[in-house]
Design a protein around this ligand. Structure first.
Ligand code: GLA
Length: 491
């Protein structure tokens, strides 16, 4: 099998946690944190959570950030600062920011905590681009810089894409102190300089590693570098390296590594004090996936996003399979922690209807939107899909609810609904998985709206369709296509 097929990808997580971590130290300290008392509560997750609390103190509502716990880094920080980490964490969990102060410690962060909005890392699904789906190992700094340029010129950045992510194959061994080395042929200016370039565009940059001795390419592709470059056993050192290079996102890909060490990297990232989205792939391939309903790991406490299935490819079968795997997992998604059905294949050879359906479904599923095509040279049709801001707004809705399959009016004709912020507002995808065109009806009762009239907007046609009572029927939805709507009950 190809490397791509064999290795599972990881995605990210973490906004919450990271942000929290970053602020934890300062807050804890500032708080005057007497809090040493709770020092004992540190340790893995409490620590993380603690960070949440700190965050709460910092910005006001740690609570919302509860997921901050995930990043867990708080532990080290919190503990270090005042030991309040643990307690704080709990306040984060409960959602009362100020509570953070409850961290037992001094409470000054409590005071700080009240009011204000929490800075949750990955509060909405991360958006960006990754080198793997198109370039595999054939990437270098020239490419990445040109991609960053294209984020700006194509409108991707304006549409919300932020992370420019290097995948496997950037590394080249370790120095005599065990520090990771980038491949100097591919990155002659160095990865820190590349980060500076990307940051200079107002973008963020991500990197890739595995909890193993080698990376996925080495393990499955037989082209391992001479020196083991995986992060297993090097978590603290490598996390520090990534932070010092200016990395904002880590994709950590199991690749037959140690599934139980994902939390170690979470804590190591947290301890750096830098906000680094933590995207993981806890699966080992087609026969060993690790979705949150069956995984031995508590994924939401570990990462900002986690792969729920095997590697995607540019086929309708792959897209629909991942949709079906993600469908039952909606309860695990929320601000700071997302199900990840894998990177986008938009612009990589699917039919135009399929590209729209793929993008619509990833958006209604509140999936991370990580483009995988060559955005330097994409067609205007591909650009129009990836930068459809009305569809992206569904993905990025601040409530962070993952949409659900709410009706199947006939075999392979589906109605999906996602609750959006506001009063009685739903995003709806009518998905035609049959071989011919079809009509599909969304009833207000199925999508969760009160009886009566509602306005309907077409998110691909960018038009208001009118006011309807009780239901709306889209006619002529093409095979493997969608109608995507925003339905708002009339007051
Ligand atoms: C796995 C992942 C891919 C990519 C490769 C890199 O297959 O699922 O997304 O990261 O590893 O080797």
């Amino acid at each position: 099998m190809k490397i791509v097929e064999l290795c599972a990808l990881v995605v990210c997580f973490g906004a919450l946690g990271c942000a929290n971590r970053g602020q934890t130290d300062e807050e804890a300290t500032a708080a005057g944190g007497g809090g040493a008392g709770d020092a004992t509560s540190t340790g893995g997750e409490s620590g993380a959570i603690g960070a949440g609390g700190a965050n709460g103190g910092a910005v006001g509502t740690g609570g919302a950030v509860a997921p901050g716990g995930a990043n867990g880094t708080g532990g080290s920080t919190g503990a270090g600062g005042s030991g309040s980490g643990g307690v704080t964490g709990s306040s984060g969990a409960t959602g009362s920011g100020g509570a953070a102060s409850s961290s037992g410690v001094a409470g000054s962060d409590a005071a700080a905590g009240s009011g204000g909005a929490a800075a949750v890392l990955a509060a909405t699904p991360p958006m960006g681009w990754n080198s793997w789906n198109t370039f595999e190992c054939n990437m270098n700094e020239t490419l990445i810089k040109a991609v960053a340029d294209a984020f700006v010129s194509s409108g991707m950045q304006a549409a919300g894409y932020q992370y420019v992510n290097l995948d496997d194959c950037w590394m080249d061994g370790r120095d005599s102190s065990g520090n990771l080395q980038w491949n100097a042929s591919k990155f002659p200016s160095g990865i820190p300089a590349l980060a500076t370039y990307v940051h200079g565009k107002g973008l963020k940059i991500g990197i890739y590693e595995t909890p193993n001795t080698e990376t996925c390419v080495g393990i499955y592709g037989g082209i391992a570098p001479a020196v083991a470059v995986g992060s297993l056993g090097h978590e603290t050192q490598d996390a520090k390296t990534f932070a010092s290079w200016g990395m904002d996102y880590l994709k950590y890909d199991l690749c037959k590594g140690d599934r139980n060490s994902f939390a170690k990297m979470r804590d190591a990232l947290g301890a750096t004090g830098r906000s680094i989205v933590y995207s993981i792939n806890p699966g080992n391939g087609a026969n060993d996936v690790c979705p949150p309903n069956t995984c031995s790991l508590n994924l939401a406490s570990i990462a900002n996003m986690w792969r729920i299935g095997f590697d995607i490819n540019a086929s309708w079968a792959s897209i629909t399979s991942l949709i079906d795997q993600d469908a039952p997992l909606y309860s695990y998604a929320g601000p700071g922690h997302w199900n990840d059905p894998d990177m986008l294949e938009v612009g990589k050879g699917l039919a135009a209807n399929e590209d729209r359906a793929h993008f619509s479904m990833w958006s209604i599923l509140a999936a991370p939107l990580i483009a995988g095509n060559d955005i330097r040279s994409m067609s205007s049709a591909t650009t129009a899909v990836l930068t459809n801001t009305e569809v992206i707004a569904v993905d990025q809705d601040s409530l962070g609810v993952q949409g659900r399959l709410v009706a199947t009016p006939a075999t392979n004709l589906q109605v999906w609904s996602k609750t959006l912020s506001g009063t009685n507002v739903r995003a709806v995808v009518l998905l035609n998985r049959t071989g011919g065109s079809a009509s599909i009806t969304a009833t207000w009762s199925a999508v969760g709206l009160p009886a009566g009239s509602a306005t309907v907007r077409d998110l691909w046609g960018h038009t208001d369709l009118g006011t309807f009572t009780g239901s709306y029927t889209a006619n002529g939805i093409p095979s493997h296509g969608v109608a995507m709507l925003k339905i708002t009950s009339s007051p």
